[in-house]
Each structure stands twice: as C-alpha cells, then as structure tokens.
Ligand binder design. Structure first.
Ligand code: NAD
Ligand code: LMR
Length: 332
C-alpha cells in the first residue's frame, strides 16, 4: 500500500504524513512538495512503523518518482485562507496547482485513489476529474473530495451541546452538500445521538452555523497564520484510513465524501432526483470498496428545515463545480 502526499511539507501535509506513517497498513509513503519534503521524510523515516518513507522535490522528475506505483494520493497542496477570504478566493492560485498535480497523477498513477483536500474542494475535485478525462483515464469511483473535517466538527460540536465531550468519538452526523459555508449541510435529525429536546430552534441554528463556518472560526483564531491544519490532518488521515481499509477488502465502510455522481449511476441519479438539481458532484454518505465508490447513499429522511438548507446550498455548489470544469476546458 503506497500512499503519496502532495504538499507534504505544509501545515496539513506534515501532520498528515505523520499520521499516515503511523498507519501500519501503509508500506510505502512518498512525500512530495516544492520545498522541504526530503527533510520531513528523513524525520518521519526514524519512526518504527512499516512504511518506507521517501521525500521528493520537483527537480529530476520528483513528482513522477513520488507517484510511481501509488495506490492512494492525498493532495493538501496549495495556499490556505487568511481572515476575510472565502475558499473561492483561493481558486486563482490553487486551481493551477491542483491541475498540474492531477496531470502528474493521470500520467503516472492513473489507477490511484485521489483524495483532494486543497480548497476550494467544490471546484478542485471537478478540476482533477476534468484533467483525468483529458488523459482518457477518468474513473469517477476513484476521485474524492475530503469533507471529513465537517463530519469531525459535527461530532465535536454536537457532543459539546450534549454536554459530554467523551461522546465525540461515538457521535456520528452525516454532513452533505459541499465544502464551503452554506454548501455544508449537517443532517442533525440523523445524528446517532439525538439533540436534547430542550434545545430551541435558535440554538439548533447556532449549532448548524458553527458546523458550516467552523473553518472561519479557525482562520479567525489563527489571525493571518493560515487555516485548520491539525484537525484537517486528523480528518484526512481518518478518511485515507477508510479508503485504505476498503481497498484492502474491508466491507461496509460508509462515510460522507464529495464525489462525482456518475461513480454509482443508480445512486447518483436517485440523489439528483432527491436534491432536485442535475449536479455532477455532491457530498453524500458513500460506501467504499476495493475499486473505490460502490454505492452513493441518498439523503434519507430529512426535515423540511434540512431540505431548505440543501436548497440554499445548490446555487453556490453548482457555480463552484462549473468554475472548476471550465478551468480545465478553457485554461485561464
Ligand atoms: P500550507 O501553506 O501550510 O501548505 C501547503 C503546502 O503546499 C506548502 O508546503 C507548499 O510548499 C505546498 N505546495 C504549493 N504548491 C505546490 C505544488 N505545486 N506542488 C506541491 N506542493 C505545493 O497550507 P495548508 O494549511 O497545509 O493548507 C493546504 C490546503 O488545504 C489549502 O488550500 C487549504 O485551504 C486546504 N484545506 C482544506 C481543508 C478541507 O477540509 N478540505 C481543510 C483545511 C485546509
Ligand atoms: C476548513 O474547513 O477548515 C478548511 O476548508 C479551511 C478553510 O479555509 O476554512
């Protein structure tokens, strides 16, 4: 099981690489960045876990060498937000970074599972897919937008509302839609642990808003020094770990992720009907298997208020997706 991190020397890249090195199912770990990746690799290589670690820089075909034989490629490369910015403001720089890295994957490891963390996820996932289409290697089952941090935040914030932090490991809330502000839709009515009946509508709205804008909370607290890195590394390693377990044959793993709805035609079509819009991408609970996506689950029973949140997500989500597709069709 060869895992590759593209952007491995960054705020997310380093702790994510550490967590992947700590995963005993990973036997090879390749770290690629435009700076510092060899140092990070040597540091991690002293940890007594199975993965053989190597670091690569752009010269001497470093990207190609890192990607050769890759099973799972995680992409946290790109610039993070500063206060006052939206994730879409990152498009200008990150779209080109993701396009070029996707080109490397499409030409060197077209069968790898690609896990996209770089923002704006609603646009960068379509960019990866369009690059793969251009190279004739597109398999919608193998490309994922990592929305796990929204799920992790939902577990944490719901357990806080329940007044018991120790519940956070067992609280599970599906979060659907996309990964930016109002496109993040937590389905609290499906929480494994129901909210207290005493919680009034205003308090529920505060909770929803906190899950949707949790990223802003971190950006504001870091005050110009970037966005979520450690919680993202945790979430990225969680999601990568699930993909690795599924690829290794474990069945029944279901987790929300932002996927191309063609990856399971039946499920994708049903989901389009449910949301009432002909989108190509959406984050929904997805069952993972040896070949990637095996089943896209529907939204299940949602409340009218949750339906309103889904409706409110659609215009921004649709515009973000179109922007990503157009970037590869007509490069700017
Ligand atoms: P960072 O600036 O700390 O690290 C980014 C790394 O990418 C740097 O080491 C940089 O050298 C590297 N890089 C830049 N161009 C590259 C290229 N062409 N090839 C390889 N590496 C390259 O940023 P960060 O805090 O780690 O955030 C990275 C990205 O992740 C941002 O876009 C951020 O918005 C996003 N993010 C997403 C989520 C999510 O939930 N999906 C959560 C947090 C952050
Ligand atoms: C997050 O949700 O923390 C990330 O998408 C980073 C950001 O810009 O908020």
């Amino acid at each position: 099981m060869k895992a590759v991190v593209l952007g491995a020397a960054g705020g997310i890249g380093q702790p994510l690489s550490l967590l992947l090195k700590a995963n005993p199912a990973v036997t090879e770990l390749a770290l690629y960045d435009i700076v510092n990746s060899p140092g990070v690799a040597v540091d991690l290589s002293h940890i007594a876990t199975p993965a053989k670690v190597e670091g690569f820089l752009p010269p001497d075909d470093g990207l190609k060498k890192a990607l050769t034989g890759a099973n799972v490629v995680v992409i946290p490369a790109g610039i993070p937000r500063k206060p006052g910015m939206t994730r879409d403001d990152l498009f200008k720089i990150n779209a080109g970074i993701v396009r070029d890295l996707a080109t490397g994957i499409a030409t060197t490891a077209p069968k790898a599972f690609v896990l996209v963390i770089s923002n704006p996820v609603n646009s960068t996932v379509p960019i990866v897919a369009e690059v793969f289409k251009k190279h004739g290697v597109f398999d919608p089952k193998r490309i994922f937008g990592v929305t796990t941090l929204d799920v992790v935040r939902a577990s944490t914030f719901v357990s806080e509302v329940l007044g018991d932090h120790s519940l956070s490991l067992s609280v599970s809330v599906p979060v659907v839609g996309g990964h930016s502000g109002v496109t993040i839709v937590p389905l609290l009515s499906q929480s494994s642990h129901p909210l207290p009946a005493s919680l009034d509508a205003a308090a529920v709205d505060v909770l929803i808003n906190r899950i949707q804008f949790g990223g802003d909370e971190v950006v504001k607290a870091k005050d110009g020094a970037g966005s979520a890195t450690l919680s993202m590394a945790y979430a990225g390693a969680e999601f990568a770990g699930k993909v690795i377990r599924a690829v290794n044959g474990e069945k029944g793993i279901v987790t929300p992720t932002f996927v191309n709805l063609a990856s399971d035609k039946t499920g994708g079509d049903a989901l389009r009907k449910e949301i009432g819009k002909n989108l190509d991408y959406f984050s929904a609970p997805v069952e993972l298997g040896v070949d990637g996506v095996t089943k896209i689950h529907g939204l299940g029973k949602i409340t009218p208020a949750e339906k309103a949140l889904v409706d409110a997500a659609l215009p921004e989500l649709s515009a973000n997706i179109e922007k990503g597709v157009a970037f590869v069709e007509v490069p700017k």
